[in-house]
Design a protein around this ligand. Structure first.
Ligand code: PRX
Length: 672
């Protein structure tokens, strides 16, 4: 990230802890150092071999056709069916009685679904979609809670070659409508509602509202989950149990071209209009299956795998549905929130189902830190053998906490970097090979080529920072933005010609290992130094009193930008000023010096605000944009993607009056 002064991203935070793989894991690891060597020697041959994890109805002719770059075609000429690969072939191999999902509803109801049962249900649903007139290539929108029918719906779409677009159930009617219209879906699959925070939470009313202005939606297929009252439009609305249950449990899975569209997943961009990220079949399924097998070291006959994310995000698509099922693995799926009915719900599930591999987001880990280590300590977590993290940079302290209190100092933690656009994990340790460093995703997986470059696209040396790029195409890559090829080229391939621009800042350490530093728009410029918000947040979280921190750069007449931190204290630390412990001012002063000690005086926050909650998107990412609005005393921008908009009112109330516009004035007691 070369600035005008030729300065690269300041590489300030130092982390010396090292965690080698446990010997028993290394001895039996699925992926070994030889995988790096083979992929380095011949990347395409490596992926061709990985494609052998799937069953192809017709073998492919060519591994990669990059002649129309940046529009890739992987495994050209090959034909396969994604649902067949996730289901029928396991049943045919005699694994029909293996559990595909241990599903647990938030109220405590459960369902155990074997591969044979899931296959039969997907066949019925595929027949039902055909009965509704869905043809191969038609798009189907899915707006569902976390129930087994959501997986069934996705696989039924895949089975008939109708790309699904799953819209997260927490999104509004507006967001749903925009996505339905953008991809021109004519059928919507939904439910009356789902359970969240101890109550039924309705979904059908949002669908009714959304499709009022979607004239081409002719059918709405509705699962009964909560038994809530629903409005009904005759001729359009159909109950799942009426239509699907009446279908035959046999359905011949047709093989489709390797490049046949599998799904569209909408993700937000810098403009208001979301981007429809298109994934296709053969390459995507190859990379999710390989990465799930290698990064999680899954042993399908004994592991119990749990991705604790929503299916409405790419993490759910790749590591609840397609990866685990392609590998014939047993998974846990949980409908509700982590604190319903108590803060130990996840750990109760780990104990109950003997979960051996857990994959979740740093935001969840930091929430558990806030609730305190005594919560997981009440449960038997001895079945766990591997932990994963995804979605944001994980602060070293959160990483160490996760390993200590969830993983009993025994389980490796794999920090996996990837994106909706990449389809599958890209930069991550291999748990049987890598010596882990808390907070680093280390290096690209075998078969993946990534680098960190400066403004001119030149790789930075070890020890320096810049922009993360992917330098070679990969099988699970997005193929385009639905309906907008130019936006695909402009967004990802124009900043650095020939390189995929991920939009993330990163640095290479002295060993060449990669540290992700957040989105590049989250970089601050303080007195000409480029400072990563992630590094300052990590320094704050390394203080024993801090559970979570969000840092933004706010305009500052003296330094360009000043560092403003929003901090949540840990649950076991009493609220400042209420019990004779240090007051808010003292805590803030202590934290400011702590950051200065950890990183350097340049990163010392101008201002620290102690808050109860942080504004987050529904996928758990901190909305720094809103915090920047607060820090710069502006009217708030769009808050529609916020989980809970009252959080922002509360944060504003904590603001010292008079605004925060300058380094010297207005920042109250926290001022330097
Ligand atoms: O900024 C990176 C961050 O999440 C972005 C991708 O978000 P999304 O498309 O919603 O996919 C999330 C699940 C794959 C990235 O550009 N990100 C994701 N994983 C990590 C990460 N940042 C740092 N470390 C990670 N492990």
């Amino acid at each position: 990230m070369t600035g005008s002064g030729g300065e690269t991203l300041s590489n300030l935070l130092h982390e010396e802890r090292r965690f080698p793989p446990p010997p028993e894991l290394a001895d039996a690891a699925n992926a070994t150092a030889a995988d790096y060597a083979r992929a380095d020697a011949d990347r395409l041959a490596f992926w061709a071999e990985a494609a052998g994890r799937l069953e192809w109805a017709r073998p492919f002719d060519e591994v990669l056709d990059w002649s129309r770059a940046p529009f890739a075609r992987w495994f050209t000429g090959g034909r396969l069916n994604a649902a067949y690969n996730c289901l029928d072939r396991h049943v045919a191999a005699g694994l029909g009685e293996r559990v595909a999902f241990h599903w647990e509803g938030e109220p405590g109801d459960t369902r155990t679904i074997t591969y044979a049962e899931l296959t039969a249900e997907v066949c019925r649903a595929a027949n039902a979609l055909r009965a509704l007139g869905v043809r191969t290539g038609d798009r189907v929108a899915v707006y569902m809670p976390m129930i087994p029918e959501t997986v069934v719906a996705m696989l039924a779409c895949a089975r008939i070659g109708a790309p699904h677009t799953v819209v997260f159930g927490g999104f509004s009617a507006d967001a749903l409508r925009g996505r339905i219209l953008d991809c021109d879906a004519h059928v919507v699959i939904t439910a009356d509602g789902g359970y969240r925070r101890g109550k039924p939470s309705a979904l059908k009313p949002a669908v009714d509202e959304a499709v009022r202005e979607c004239p081409d939606v002719r059918s709405v297929l509705v699962v009964r989950r909560t038994g809530q009252e629903v409005d009904w439009t005759d001729g359009r609305d159909v109950w799942w149990h009426d239509l699907v249950d009446a279908q035959p449990a046999e359905h011949e899975a047709e093989a489709f071209d390797s490049e046949h569209p599998l799904y569209i997943m909408y993700t937000s961009g810098t403009t208001a209009r979301p981007k429809g990220i298109l994934h296709t079949t053969g390459g995507y399924l190859t990379q999710v299956a390989w990465s799930h097998w290698a990064v999680f070291d899954v042993k399908p006959d004994r592991d119990v795998f749990w991705t604790a994310a929503d299916i409405g995000w790419v993490t759910g698509h790749s590591y609840i549905v397609y990866g685990p099922l392609a590998n014939g693995v047993t998974s846990v799926m949980y409908e509700g929130t982590p604190d319903t009915p108590h803060q130990g719900r996840w750990w109760e599930l780990v104990e109950k189902y003997r979960v051996s591999i857990l994959y979740c987001a740093p935001t969840a880990i930091r929430t558990f830190m806030k609730w305190g280590a005594d919560v997981p300590a009440q449960f038997d977590l001895s079945s766990l053998r591997l932990l994963g993290s995804v979605g944001e940079p994980i602060n070293p302290e959160a990483w160490v906490w996760y390993r200590r209190y969830i993983g009993s100092e025994r389980c490796p933690v794999v920090d996996t970097w990837w994106q909706t656009e990449t389809g599958a994990q890209m930069i991550s340790p291999l748990p049987g090979v890598s010596v882990c460093k808390p907070g680093s995703a280390l290096r690209p997986l075998p078969g993946i080529a990534a680098d960190v470059v400066d403004d001119t696209g030149t790789p930075v040396p070890d020890g320096a920072g810049g922009y993360l790029v992917l330098t070679e195409p990969w099988p699970g890559m997005l193929r385009t933005i639905w309906g907008d090829e130019q936006r695909y080229v402009d967004t990802y391939w124009s900043r650095f010609p020939g390189l995929y621009f991920a939009g993330d800042g990163a640095k290479k350490d002295e060993d060449g290992d990669i540290w992700l530093l957040g989105r590049v728009d989250d970089v601050m410029n303080v007195s000409g130094h480029r400072i990563s918000t992630t590094e300052v947040e990590s320094a704050l979280v390394s203080h024993p009193r801090v559970a979570e921190a969000a840092v933004v750069g706010a305009a500052d007449p003296t330094t360009g930008q000043g560092v403003v931190a929003f901090v949540i204290l840990r649950g076991d630390g009493a609220a400042p000023g209420t019990d004779g412990s240090a007051g808010a001012d003292e805590v803030a002063a202590e934290l400011r010096s702590h950051v200065a000690r950890e990183i350097g005086p340049i990163a010392r926050p101008r201002q620290i605000l102690l808050v109860a909650e942080l504004p987050k998107t529904r996928s758990g990412k901190i909305m720094r944009r809103l915090l920047r609005d607060v820090a710069e005393n502006r009217a708030l921008g769009d808050v529609t993607t916020l989980t809970d908009s009252s959080v922002m009112d509360e944060i504003r109330e904590r603001l010292p009056s008079g605004g925060t516009g300058s380094a010297a004035g207005g920042a109250g007691a926290e001022e330097a």
